[in-house]
Design a protein around this ligand. Structure first.
Ligand SMILES: Nc1nc2c(ncn2[C@@H]2O[C@H](COP(=O)(O)OP(=O)(O)O)[C@@H](O)[C@H]2O)c(=O)[nH]1
Ligand SMILES: [Mg+2]
Ligand SMILES: [Zn+2]
Length: 345
C-alpha cells in the first residue's frame, strides 16, 4: 500500500466516486431482484464464466462449449473471475441472464492491483505450463521463481521446453543442449513434469495436447519463449488478443487485460490474458519462498534455531540436506537469490 497522503480534494473525489458506484450497483441489484420475481428468468442451471467485463460476464452452460450468454450478477456475490463455476438463470425474453451463486473453487490466481491489494484473476486452473526455450536462455533462478509462485497458489506447474528444433547443433555452444538436458533432469528428479515441443516442427505437440486434455491450463513464461506461437498452434483460427466489442463505443474493450477461457479443439481449456502470462513475476512473500522449494519441505522446521536463515547457522537442517545431496546447490543458490531480490524490492 502506498503511504502517500491524499489531499482533501482527492479523498473527497474518491468518496464521491465510491458513492456513485454504490448507487449504480444498488440500481442494478433492484433491477435484478425485479427480474428474479418476474418469472422472466429460466430455472437455475450450472455454468462456467468464460470472460468478465466489469459488471457483465459471459457464461457458458456446462457441457455446451461455444454457447455463450451475457449475464449480470447479483451484488451479494463475491468478485467472480474467468474459470468460476457458477449457478445462473437464463432470460426467457432474450435479455441478459443472471448469475445467482458461485460454486467452490479448486484454485485461484490473484494478482496485486495498482494499490498493492490482491485481486482474483482466474480460477479452477489445473496446470501452470511454464514455457522455456533454448532462446532466450533459461536461467534456473527465473524458472524457480515461477515454480515458487505456482507452489504458493497450489497449482501444479509443468515445464515445457519449446523450440526443440534449435537444439540440434544450434545455440552456438556444443555443450548447451546437454546443460539444458541436465537442468531439466534435475527438475524431473524434484518431481516436476517436463515436456518438450517445437511449434516450428510440431514435435511433441501430441504429448502436450494429451496433457492439456480434460484440464484447465494457463501458459506463463518470459517474453520470446513462444507462448503466443504455442497458443496459436493449439487454438488455430482463434485470435486470443481480440476482446468483445463494447456496446456503447463499438471499440474493443479490455482487450489487453480481461482473462478469457478457450476450448482447445483437441480437448481441455486454456485461460489466457497478457496479465496471466506474466504470472510468477508478481510480488511474493518471503515466507512463501522457502515452502515454494518443494524438496526443502521435509527439512523445514528441523533447524536448531527457530529463526534460522539457512545461511551458516550450526544445526541447519536445510544445509545438512544440501550436504547429503537431498537438495541441489543450484536450488539452494536460487533460494537465496530470490530471497535477496525480495529484500531489495
Ligand atoms: N525456432 C523456433 N522458433 C519459435 C518456435 N516457437 C516460436 N518461435 C519464435 O520465437 C519468437 C517468439 O515467439 P512468441 O510466440 O511471440 O513468444 P512469446 O513472447 O512467449 O509469446 C518468434 O520469433 C517465434 O517465431 C519454435 O518452436 N522454434
Ligand atoms: Mg506473445
Ligand atoms: Zn536452517
Amino acid at each position: 500500500m502506498s503511504k502517500r497522503k491524499l489531499t482533501r480534494k482527492q479523498s473527497w473525489r474518491i468518496e464521491k466516486i465510491q458513492e456513485e458506484r454504490k448507487a449504480r450497483a444498488q440500481k442494478r441489484e433492484d433491477k435484478i431482484t425485479l427480474e428474479l420475481q418476474d418469472d422472466s428468468l429460466g430455472p437455475e442451471q450450472p455454468g462456467l464464466i468464460i470472460a468478465h467485463y466489469g459488471a457483465q460476464l459471459d457464461i457458458e452452460p456446462i457441457g455446451k462449449p461455444g454457447e455463450t450468454y451475457r449475464c449480470h450478477l447479483r451484488a451479494n456475490l463475491p468478485p467472480l473471475v474467468t474459470g468460476d463455476r457458477i449457478v445462473w438463470r437464463a432470460s426467457s425474453k432474450g435479455g441478459m441472464g443472471v448469475v445467482v451463486a458461485l460454486e467452490d473453487r479448486d484454485s485461484l490466481l490473484s494478482r496485486p492491483d495498482m494499490r498493492g491489494q490482491l485481486k482474483p484473476v482466474a480460477s479452477n486452473i489445473d496446470y501452470i505450463v511454464l514455457v522455456i526455450a533454448p532462446v532466450p536462455i533459461p536461467h534456473s533462478n527465473l524458472i524457480d521463481r515461477y515454480l515458487v509462485a505456482a507452489e504458493t497458489v497450489g497449482i501444479e506447474p509443468v515445464l515445457l521446453l519449446n523450440k526443440t528444433d534449435l537444439l540440434e547443433g544450434g545455440a552456438n555452444r556444443p555443450s548447451f543442449s546437454k546443460e539444458l538436458d541436465d537442468m531439466l533432469i534435475n527438475y524431473e528428479r524434484i518431481g516436476y513434469r517436463v515436456l518438450k515441443a517445437s511449434t516450428r516442427t510440431e514435435d511433441g505437440l501430441n504429448e502436450l495436447k494429451n496433457l492439456l486434455n480434460e484440464h484447465t491450463s494457463v501458459f506463463v513464461g518470459q517474453s520470446g519463449v513462444g507462448k503466443s506461437s504455442l497458443v496459436n498452434t493449439l487454438l488455430p483460427g482463434v485470435d486470443t488478443r481480440v476482446g468483445p466489442l463494447s456496446e456503447s463505443t463499438g471499440k474493443g474493450t479490455h482487450t489487453t487485460t480481461a482473462a478469457r477461457l478457450f476450448h482447445f479443439p483437441a480437448g481441455g481449456m486454456l485461460i489466457d490474458s497478457p496479465g496471466i502470462r506474466e504470472f510468477g513475476l508478481w510480488h511474493m512473500e518471503p515466507e512463501d519462498v522457502l515452502h515454494g522449494f518443494k524438496e526443502f519441505r521435509p527439512f523445514i522446521g528441523h533447524c536448531k534455531f527457530r529463526d534460522c536463515s539457512h545461511e551458516q547457522e550450526p544445526g541447519c537442517a536445510i544445509r545438512q540436506a544440501l550436504l547429503n545431496g537431498d537438495i541441489l546447490q543450484e536450488r539452494m543458490d536460487s533460494y537465496q537469490n530470490i530471497l535477496n531480490s525480495l529484500e531489495k524490492a
